[in-house]
Each structure stands twice: as C-alpha cells, then as structure tokens.
Design a protein around this ligand. Sequence first.
Ligand code: ATP
Ligand code: ATP
Length: 152
Amino acid sequence: DKEKKIISGALDFNDIKVREVMTKLDDVFMLELHSCLNFETIAKIAQEGYSRIPVYEETRDNIVGLLHVKDFTLLDPDDNMPVEALLKFYNHARIFCDAEETIDERFEEFRKGETHLAFVYDIVDQPDKDPIKKCIGIVTLEDIIEELVQME
Ligand code: ATP
Ligand code: ATP
C-alpha cells in the first residue's frame, strides 16, 4: 500500500549505518546469566519497562541469550528462579548484525524475520592476529523507524 511505498522509498536513498542509530552496550539493561530472579530484580525489570532483555555471561559483551518481559509473568519472586533456567526454557533466538550495515538493509531483515532486536557487532583488528567481532550494542526496529521519521 501507499504507506509502505513511502517508507521503503525513503529508505532506498539513505546510507545511514546501524552504528549511528543503535543503543550502546553500556546503556543496555541486561541480566547476568548466573543471577536470580528475586523480588528486587523483578521490580527493576518492571521499572525499566523494556520488552526484551539481553542476558550476558560474566562480561557484558558476551551475550548468551534474550528474555522477553512476558517470560517473567508466571514467576513467583519467592522461588528465586535462576536466569539460566528461564533462558533455557524459552530459548529465544538471538540475531546479530554488522555495525556497518545500512539501516535500510536492517529494516529489510527485520521485516522478513520475527525478531525485532539485533545484537550489533564491530570488527576489531588485533595486531598479529585475525580480527575479532565484538558486541557493541543493540538495534531494534524502533531505532530504525525513529530515524526515518526524523528524515521527513
Ligand atoms: P516495545 O516497544 O516492543 O515494547 P521496547 O520499548 O522495550 O519495546 P523498542 O521499542 O524496541 O523497545 O526500543 C525503544 C528503544 O529502547 C530503542 O532505542 C532500543 O534500542 C532501546 N532498547 C530496547 N531494549 C532495551 C534494553 N533492554 N536496554 C536498553 N535499551 C533498550
Ligand atoms: P559462524 O562462524 O558460524 O558464521 P559466527 O561466530 O559468525 O559464526 P553468528 O551467530 O553468525 O556467529 O554471529 C555473528 C557474530 O556475532 C559473531 O561472529 C560474534 O562476533 C557475534 N557474537 C556471537 N556470539 C556472541 C556472543 N555470545 N556475544 C557477543 N557477540 C557474539
């Protein structure tokens, strides 16, 4: 329809990179794999208000999974459920994208798939070694739509 045409048309003409619209890793609300879902943690999750929460192990750039806020709805805070147990139970897919990907490419990927959050990686050169990929943030469909609206 007309609306779709306008959006994809606008996207064809830009070369904005995912890096420019992502949320930086330091600003991402996450849970550690070995933590427990006690009352304080559940209250914090509700307070932050995000619908998707990445899970890391030990260091924040080591992403091991993703939880959805609805995964927490049946929890009893008194059970102190380990994050790891919940993560394994729901087992939501993680998707990754290159920081250099353009936002129109990312939009197309989000449109094709079911997951609307991707982990953004950067390719880091190391002396005398192969370059490594390092997680530097997250990007959601919302970040891309927001950029589009600003362009008008
Ligand atoms: P929804 O709108 O589907 O409820 P949401 O509000 O949790 O989801 P989005 O609307 O996808 O999240 O994104 C809004 C902004 O919040 C974006 O800039 C996105 O990068 C950021 N964001 C999403 N999840 C997190 C998170 N766990 N921690 C920090 N920022 C996040
Ligand atoms: P393959 O070699 O099979 O293509 P890959 O290592 O490229 O695997 P992908 O699942 O395609 O893995 O993910 C792309 C990139 O995302 C990875 O190379 C890595 O940089 C990053 N990534 C993968 N796992 C993690 C993780 N646990 N934490 C942070 N970044 C990760």
